[in-house]
Design a protein around this ligand. Structure first.
Ligand code: AQP
Length: 327
């Protein structure tokens, strides 16, 4: 049987080119290989301030984008985290079994909370336990991760191992599979920071549903530098980012791309990268328009996803409650 994989994406803003290149298209490519659970993790997205009135439409938009990108809801389970209440139930039971010191070591909390540590919601601190619950609830055996999430997957393994020692074997201990260095897409307005859904700014990200002209304008305004040579040089993050986007979407060799741009200027680079992006995203926009033409389609897909996700979640919770003496 194919290994089971859980992958999550937050409805924390408009899905962007970084999400596509770094995650979604790999998920699409791996659909044959794994038994996939793709989850829109709305309970993760509420760990920072958000607009409640927008959340429902963001969730539905993100689901439609995932399907438009090629996630097949018949092959894979596509669902919303808050539709399966076992995620939060398991989180509490795991929190009670997670030493504070383990959470205090999580670098992402330190990065995200920064100097506001005393004021941020406690959910930001316990977020990695919700992530562990996501993974363990489905007895996930493989977790493909990027470098930034490796520490959280290690934590999930530690939590599972500790629980199994204390209460008996309940959880599959997941193995992290570090993906080949997936392309990391940086902000167009500041190429030293990753492209993010939650960063505001007209010229920060390329949305997966952006119109071609908007894509051209945004890439046209991308921050570069005052040099000339067009090379994959990490010391020059703006040009490096544009070339990385080109490479990820065109599939051409890095050396072939560099050779192609020899003697050309940044204007040519931006124009050509914009066309590569426009072409790559055209089918996504087309398919999104088809899927959303009937507003009931997405609700139906998510309802079915919930029905398919719940049996596995309920079975795990039943074992957890029994092991902990709760029922
Ligand atoms: N800039 C990026 N380049 C490559 N991959 C990226 N991912 C996110 N940004 C980039 C990958 O997208 C997947 C889903 O991400 P997420 O929703 O779980 O949260 P995130 O990583 O925190 O993404 P964002 O867009 O930056 O959201 P916010 O602003 O809410 O924090 C992940 O696999 C991630 O690696």
């Amino acid at each position: 049987m194919a290994a089971r994989v859980f992958s999550g994406i937050q409805p924390s803003g408009e899905p962007h080119l970084g999400n596509y290149i770094g995650a979604i298209r790999n998920w699409v490519a791996d659909q044959e290989r794994y038994d996939n659970y793709f989850c829109i993790v709305d309970e993760h997205a509420i760990t920072v301030p958000y607009e409640p009135a927008e959340m429902r439409s963001r969730v539905r938009e993100l689901a439609a984008v995932l399907v438009a990108c090629g996630i097949d809801p018949e092959r894979s389970v596509l669902f919303v985290q808050s539709h399966v209440p076992e995620h939060t139930e398991l989180t509490w039971l795991l929190i009670c079994n997670t030493p504070m010191g383990w959470l205090e070591r999580m670098t992402q909390f330190k990065d995200k909370a920064g100097s506001r540590r005393e004021r941020v919601g406690a959910g930001l601190f316990t977020y990695p336990v919700l992530m562990a619950a996501d993974i363990l609830l489905y007895q996930t055996s493989v977790v493909p991760v990027g470098d930034d999430q490796k520490q959280h997957v290690e934590l999930s393994r530690d939590i599972a191992g500790r629980f199994n020692n204390l209460y008996g074997e309940v959880f599959t201990v997941p193995e992290p599979v570090i993906r080949e260095v997936g392309a990391r897409v940086m902000g167009l307005d500041d190429p030293t920071k990753k492209m993010s859904k939650s960063v505001e700014g007209q010229h920060h990200a390329i949305g997966l549903l952006d119109e071609p002209d908007l894509i051209r304008r945004r890439i046209g305004r991308a921050v570069t530098d005052s040099l000339r040579e067009i090379r994959f040089d990490e010391e020059r993050p703006g040009v490096h980012n544009l070339l990385t986007i080109h490479h990820a979407l065109s599939g051409q060799d890095r050396s072939a791309i560099e050779a192609h741009f020899e003697g050309k200027g940044y204007g040519d680079l931006k124009k050509e990268v914009a066309e590569v992006v426009v072409e790559a995203l055209a089918p996504v926009r087309r398919s999104y328009a088809e899927i959303t033409a009937d507003p009931e389609t997405i609700d139906g897909i998510l309802e079915e996803g919930r029905e398919r996700a719940r049996p596995a979640a309920e079975a795990t919770m039943e074992s957890v409650r029994r092991a902990m003496g709760l029922r």
